[in-house]
Design a protein around this ligand. Structure first.
Ligand code: BF8
Length: 666
């Protein structure tokens, strides 16, 4: 009998097998060995005080069962869930604060290593924030923008500035149910307070604060981070890149940037292309310096520079096992502490760079925020110095895929409408006519508890086949890329005829890589633009659109799922439900949220059911909007006939039958 696969990435699976043969442990082995705690998994363990932990299981598993203080199952489950939202929001938003501080330092001249790259975006943001920009020095405008953003973290009264970017009806729902976020830090702190022992005990009341906190993440932390990164480093536009382990080069210094904040990575990119640094690499016997990314830093630098990605979360140990990574620098979030242990078996140097994050057995070179060039030089020299230490040890698996990424919301609007009339009209029209059935945001992590990246792969294939346009972010994008689905020709070949017709007419692929996890804010911006364009829903709620995070594992994903639900989008997560122990909490997050916000958060472990639920939501929204009923195969008939004829010709041609469209190298 074939052994079950651990990763759906073919190269990843080969390295996992190599690791097994060489007795090197990975997260896949640990996931097999460590079963999730069944009490914590469903949210039934309360550890907010030291009279417990109280485990509301067994005889204690009724909704009215109580912990020592009297906290019931719905209270405990809701509190645990809220703390996940708070942690996720804190992570995105603290990253975002760093970005705003960098913008301020650049504007005041404290940081001379970066300049404002996208003045147009700065002015756009200034306009939204009602900051005067015409005729003023760019850095003065940037300073005002940065300071206004920074105020939103500590805001004590009023709402976040970016709330006003949402459609009016969406804002009205937030006002009606009291979830318009105030300061970002304030919401996180209040959530932590309310979930402390003996404070807020009513599940619905708690979850309402959870949504307010999540909105502070989406329309605050994430959106600010996206905008500042665009202002400082450029708004992405389509760019060709590569994915998977084949991005590493045998004869060059391989330097990998891993984590989330793009600042140091941008400096590393600059320094790595400098002639003196290339000469330094050559002096160590390498032909040059090859940069690669991992996780969301990869998405940031891929979107703006076409730097290749070694993949998402579950690829990090495996990348080291190629034996080709000379140095791997990390900052914050989603960095497995296991990588330093794996690196001991190879020559790879792991470098921590954030003052917030250290790891056992790593080298710490602290990112000098006002002089990132200096830190980048030190890191790159260390990578070059380590190149001669490379041995033959390692899997040396080097397959890769090409991809197109770089789809900012600005660029999608431009592609759809053209330079002089940038607009989402063609997208709305295509949805109205039924050429495009709906839109899915495919986001979130890859997870070693399932065949990693496999559910992403299944869903993209099925969704585009069903004429659903996909916008992807985070490790979801890396999963699509490694499977070859970010190659426009492969995606078009697999897309339904209506979706394919629209994509070919407009010149976009059926799966649009929008960036990192904080760039989920770009999806909010797109949904808002679609609502304002007219012809569909006049708010985010009610659109034929769904969010899916099929392999999520991080608390950040929970914060994201909740800000989409509160903005009016039904969201489906894979895996067991972290609120599964309480029927009341589950009902609030599905039925009550649907009634109030037309958004919901479901947990569904079966990939086929996730697909079915997503399509049902999309078709239900089409019905409510009285759009033409979606009919598979109705459009693009001419194209199908042409394709069939072309295929017949190819089949009959000499040398036919080599390769297949579904074959993926990654
Ligand atoms: O923020 S998708 S594993 S890398 S949490 Fe992390 Fe999940 Fe990847 Fe980026 Ni997002």
């Amino acid at each position: 009998m074939d052994k079950p696969i651990k990763s759906a990435g073919t190269s990843a699976e080969e390295i996992i097998t190599w690791a097994e043969d060489h007795k090197i442990e990975t997260c896949f082995d640990r996931a097999e060995r460590l079963k999730p705690c069944p009490i914590g998994e469903t949210g039934a363990c309360c550890r907010v005080c030291h009279m417990g932990p109280c485990r509301l299981v067994g005889k204690n598993a009724e909704e009215e069962a109580m912990g020592v203080c009297g906290a019931t199952l719905p209270t405990v489950v809701a509190r645990n869930f809220l703390r996940m939202i708070a942690a996720g929001t804190a992570a995105h938003s603290d990253h975002s604060r760093d970005m705003a501080n960098t913008l301020l330092a650049v504007a005041t001249g404290e940081n001379k290593d970066f300049q404002i790259k996208d003045v147009k975006k700065l002015y756009k943001v200034a306009g939204i924030l009602e900051i005067e920009f015409e005729g003023r020095p760019v850095n003065d405008v940037a300073k005002d923008v940065a300071e206004t953003f920074l105020q939103d973290f500590g805001r004590q009264t009023g709402e976040l500035n970016y709330c006003k970017r949402a459609p009016e009806k969406t804002q009205a729902r937030w006002a009606k149910y009291g979830i318009a976020p105030r300061g970002i830090d304030r919401e996180v702190v209040e959530t932590m307070h309310r979930t402390a022992v003996g404070v807020d005990h009513e599940a619905d009341h708690l979850l309402t604060q959870g949504l307010r906190t999540a909105l502070a993440d989406g329309w605050g932390g994430c959106m600010i981070s996206t905008d500042v990164s665009d202002i400082l480093f450029g708004t992405p536009k389509p760019v060709k890149a590569e994915a998977s382990f084949g991005i590493f080069k045998e004869d060059e210094v391989n330097m990998v940037v891993h984590g989330h904040e793009p600042t140091l990575a941008e400096a590393i990119i600059d320094v790595a292309s400098r002639p003196d640094m290339i000469e330094y690499a050559k002096s160590k016997g390498a032909k040059g310096i090859n940069l690669g990314g991992m996780c969301c830093t990869a998405n940031e630098v891929l979107m703006r520079h076409g730097i290749p990605t070694a993949g998402g979360f579950t690829n990090q140990e495996l990348a080291i096992m190629t034996g080709l990574v000379d140095a791997l620098s990390v900052d914050v979030q989603c960095i497995m502490p296991a990588i330093t242990q794996v690196s001991k078996k190879f020559h790879t140097k792991i470098i921590t760079t954030s003052h917030k994050a250290k790891m056992y057995d790593a080298i710490h070179i602290e990112h000098n925020e006002n002089n990132p060039t200096k830190t980048a030089e030190e890191i790159l020299k260390l990578a070059c110095d380590n190149y001669p230490n490379r041995t033959k040890e390692g899997s040396h698996i080097t397959k890769k895929e090409t991809l197109i990424g770089g789809f900012s919301d600005e660029y999608i609007e431009y592609m759809l409408g053209g330079k002089w009339r940038a607009s989402y009209r063609p997208l709305n029209d295509a949805i109205q006519s039924g050429r495009i059935r709906g839109v899915v945001g495919l986001a979130g992590c890859d997870n070693p508890r399932v065949p990693a990246t496999g559910i992403h792969k299944f869903l993209v294939n099925e969704l585009i086949r069903n004429d659903v346009l996909i916008v992807s972010t985070g490790c979801g994008s890396a999963a699509c890329a490694s499977a070859g689905y970010l190659k426009p020709e492969m995606a078009l070949e697999n897309a339904g005829p209506g979706l394919r017709e629209v994509c070919e007419a407009v010149g976009i692929p059926p799966i649009l890589h929008l960036g990192s996890c904080v760039d989920n804010s770009r999806i909010l911006t797109i949904a808002t633009a679609m609502a304002k364009e007219g012809g569909l829903s006049d708010e985010i709620a009610g659109m034929p659109a769904v969010g899916i995070a099929p392999e999520w594992m991080s608390e950040k994903a929970i914060a994201i799922g909740c800000y989409f639900a509160a903005s009016g989008v039904p969201v489906i997560f894979g895996g067991e439900s972290p609120v599964g122990a309480s029927e009341e909490v589950t009902k609030i997050m599905t039925e009550v949220w649907m009634e109030r916000y037309m958004g919901a958060l479901h947990f569904e472990p079966e990939p086929e059911k996730i697909l079915e639920m997503a399509l049902n939501y999309i078709d239900g929204a089409r019905d409510r909007l009285k759009l033409r009923k979606y009919e598979p195969g109705k459009f693009g008939a001419e194209r199908i006939l042409m394709d069939m004829a072309a295929r017949r010709e190819i089949k009959n041609a000499p040398h036919a039958g080599v390769g297949g469209i579904n074959e993926s190298e990654g």
